[in-house]
Design a protein around this ligand. Structure first.
Ligand code: ZN
Length: 805
């Protein structure tokens, strides 16, 4: 068994070759096949810093309760009660995958309990788990969307069990159940939820397999859950089933393929391009890493190397987010990284989970670099400082249309955050043989079990605000072992592995390392500074990571970032927000030579280091742009959208032609906009952002979705009576992505007294896409103008911009 695992890693290393780096085989594992590196578990790590510790406390004290409460309010918990006979009624939430949110919050609550007992939470879980157990059918089937009323299951669920796995999420839900059950058992020692999980998994094992049903799930997740169940029970069937589900993907012998949206276009071991839904993808990649480690099948790792290269070299946002498009919640083509970015919170979590597993496989710091980038930036943007509102997409550019919300109809992101965030301490340290890896810099303590005895590690640092890290190393008894301390890529001017982003040249103070106060040369192995010596209690290491403000630019092929620059400091990506910069940021130009400095602001966003400097603001004056020198203030990206809605941009113009001069006020922009019932995003009508085309999602747009076929209107109330004679409208049409199309017809009316009267015109009311449709009419003096729109029979409509003159 042991030899096999060693061989696997060596083969995988030989086959990797990603980013042109040779991969040496990792250390010999000491047990049955598994990752050669083992995380130091949650219960052995304590954070006591000023960055993560308060955030995790907020998750424990606010987010878990808030998301359970939302699950109650939205019927998610009642569904279990009805299915179990404790209540009556029909399935009362929206989606067949709503069960999974409850499981995910339970998993997060279990991590909270693992770190600190909480009687009330423990009791709440007991009650909830009893409801879940009752909702399980006698043979182990658990899916409230069907059990409640099998004859009235929603279309997504399929007519019978397991007949619509492409969409039903039957197996997806179970994956989250299994993860929750394993966590709850580890935290409390109680087998209540574990019994539900194994009963369910036994049914799945009886139903699916080479001799049974050969459908993979449409949404991957059960594979990760089965691996966790295997780790707790050591029941080989669960591991075999996880591998089976992976291997059935892309196998047309077993089922009609679901296509690349669900990564079911070819066998997983043959995949080399990250495609489709990004959460499904990264959960699958995580499972491939797990199954590879546990079974010794190296083909998965070879595929993972290709997929990782594709993501990190071509499809990764600077914030660590993945998934460029909302159309399929997933990856776009190579280098297609619009700053309207979907970058779903769940996708950042999935990206971090995958990269942590890649680190466990390879002991290479570049995976933790990607992990850190995703966690400190894209993931953390997904949750407010107060812990009770959330983002689903996490764009790198906002014109003011984005605001965190307490919940979503599809609530995958809010329910994913507690379980991920509370597991971060278990990613901070890891062990392989007599080598201890220090992955993350967070003040606190860890107890690490090494072959020669326990080692107590204490970290003192103000990271991410400061790059000085002191590690006190106290082995229970003196002995020789190795500490491997991550030297982040950013500290060596490599914001990411590869060349998707690069730091602009700057004078750089070197990274230094001291052992017991004495400067030592840094011996880097796969991105870790490796120190092997005889350690005795009280020894110390001082790592100095200089944290200047760094400018970063994107690969030339990333058209969205051409002529633009982003600012980073340490692991944090910075952003410009309207509130700190005179109301706008898209009109700013940050010159390459303009000095930038950082300063601590204890009063801002619970305490942040801001970056300040000078920028040029462009404003239209009498029809042409005028430049004004002004101050620039940047905040860490994760802190945006806490002080009202307005412009935000991570990528600032480096050149004047990439900035958007602040427009002069117009009659439209000075008017009060309103609409018929159901209209959304009124500010999209007159925010004066010129759309690139009708399907431009960067510009704000107004729409009536999901209304169809009806007659609707939008209206401008002028600040004072005005004479108008022209109207120009630019339709929003998201063919290929959504349900808005050019309307059937439209006309302009003006207010005469209390009456709405059509204007007199000989122009046609145009229905052109990707252009303004202008109508000139006999001048009218009025206080308000209305644009009346006939929606198509089967579609809704929307407006990019409406101008009047
Ligand atoms: Zn999500």
């Amino acid at each position: 068994m042991m030899r096999r695992a060693v061989l696997v890693c060596a083969v995988a290393a030989a086959m990797s070759g990603g980013l042109g780096m040779a991969q040496a085989p990792v250390q010999t594992p000491t047990r049955a096949p598994d990752y050669p590196t083992q995380p130091v578990p949650l219960g052995s790590v304590t954070f006591s810093d000023l960055f993560w510790a308060p955030r995790l406390e907020t998750v424990r004290s606010v987010t878990i309760a808030a998301t359970f409460k939302q699950s109650e309010l939205t019927g998610r918990i009642k569904n279990f009660e009805i299915a179990g006979g404790a209540a009556t009624g029909e399935f009362c939430s929206r989606y067949a995958f709503d069960d999974s949110d409850v499981y995910k919050i339970i998993e997060g609550a279990a991590y909270a309990l693992e770190v600190r007992p909480d009687k009330a939470l423990d009791g709440y879980l007991d009650t909830l788990i009893a409801k879940i157990a009752k909702a399980q059918e006698p043979d182990g089937y658990l899916y409230t969307a069907r059990t409640i009323n099998p004859s009235k299951a929603m279309p997504m669920a399929g007519k019978e069990r397991w007949t619509n796995l492409k969409d039903s999420h039957e197996l997806y839900n179970l994956g989250h159940l299994y993860e929750a059950a394993a966590a709850h058992y580890r935290a409390t020692g109680k087998k209540t939820l574990l019994a539900v999980a194994t009963k369910s998994a036994d049914l799945v094992a009886r139903t699916f397999g080479p001799e049974g049903l050969r459908y993979p799930p449409g949404h991957q997740e059960i594979e990760i859950g089965l691996v966790k169940l295997y780790r707790v029970t050591r029941d080989q069937r669960y591991l075999a089933l996880a591998k089976f589900f992976l291997d059935e993907r892309g196998n047309p012998a077993g089922h009609t393929l679901y296509g690349d949206y669900a990564q079911d276009h070819k066998p997983v071991v043959d995949q080399d391009e990250a495609v489709g839904h990004s959460v499904r993808a990264a959960y699958m990649y995580s499972a491939m890493a797990d199954v590879s480690a546990l079974t010794g099948d190296a083909r998965y790792v070879a595929a993972l190397d290709r997929l990782w290269d594709d993501v990190v070299l071509r499809k990764l946002y600077l914030t660590g987010g993945i998934g460029a498009t909302g159309a399929w919640e997933g990856f776009g083509p190579a280098y297609d990284l619009p700053n309207s970015a979907y970058a779903e919170t769940c996708a950042s979590i999935a990206n971090a989970l995958w990269n942590f597993r890649m680190f466990l496989l390879r002991q290479d710091a570049r995976y933790m670099d990607v992990y850190e980038r995703a966690v400190y930036n894209a993931m953390l943007s997904g949750i407010s400082l107060k812990g009770d509102t959330f983002f689903y997409p996490n764009p790198l550019l906002s014109l003011g249309q984005h605001e965190r919300s307490p919940w979503f109809a599809c609530a995958c992101c809010p329910s994913n955050l507690p379980r991920f965030m509370l597991s971060i301490p278990s990613h901070a340290y890891a062990v392989a043989g007599d080598r201890v890896f220090v992955n993350l810099f967070v003040q606190g303590e860890a107890r690490v079990a090494l072959p020669g005895g326990e080692v107590h590690l204490e970290q003192q640092t103000r990271y991410p605000w400061d790059g000085d890290v002191r590690l006190r190393v106290s082995p229970a008894k003196a002995g020789r072992f190795t500490l491997a301390v991550r030297v982040p890529g950013w500290s060596m001017d490599h914001p990411v592995p590869g060349n998707l982003y690069r730091a602009l040249a700057a004078e750089r103070e070197p990274v230094t390392l001291r052992v017991n106060g004495l400067l030592v040369p840094i011996r880097l192995e796969r991105g870790f500074a490796v120190i092997t010596r005889e350690w005795t209690a009280g020894d110390s290491i001082d790592l100095h990571l200089p944290m200047p403000v760094r400018r970063v630019v994107a690969h030339d092929a990333v058209k969205a970032d051409e002529g633009r620059v982003a600012v980073e400091r340490g692991p944090l990506v910075y952003t410009a927000e309207f509130v700190d910069n005179g109301g706008r940021v898209t009109n700013l130009v940050l010159d390459d030579e303009a000095p930038l400095s950082s300063g601590w602001r204890p009063d801002l966003l619970n305490g942040v280091m801001t970056v300040t400097g000078k920028a040029t603001a462009l404003r239209m004056r009498n029809g042409s742009p005028a430049a004004e020198a002004g101050a620039l203030t940047l905040i860490p990206y994760y802190g945006w959208a806490h002080r009202g809605t307005g412009e935000m941009a991570v990528w600032l113009a480096r050149r004047a032609d990439r900035a958007r001069p602040a427009p002069e006020p117009t009659l439209a922009s000075s008017s009060r906009a309103s609409s018929s019932e159901g209209g959304k995003s009124l500010q999209g009508l007159n925010e004066q952002y010129e759309p690139a085309d009708s399907n431009d999602h960067t510009a704000m747009y107004f729409h009536w979705w999901p209304k169809k076929g009806s007659t609707e209107w939008v209206q401008y109330d002028f600040p004072a009576p005005a004479t108008v004679s022209e109207s120009s409208v630019y339709w929003f049409d998201d063919t290929g992505q959504g349900g808005c199309r050019i309307p059937r017809n439209w006309r302009i009316l003006y207010k005469r007294g209390e009456q709405w009267v059509p204007v007199e015109t000989r122009d046609t009311y145009g229905l052109a896409k990707d252009a303004y449709n202008t109508v000139r009419f006999s001048p009218v003096n009025t206080t308000a103008l209305r644009l009346e729109v006939g929606l198509p029979e089967a579609f809704s409509s929307g407006i990019q911009e409406w101008k009047v003159r």
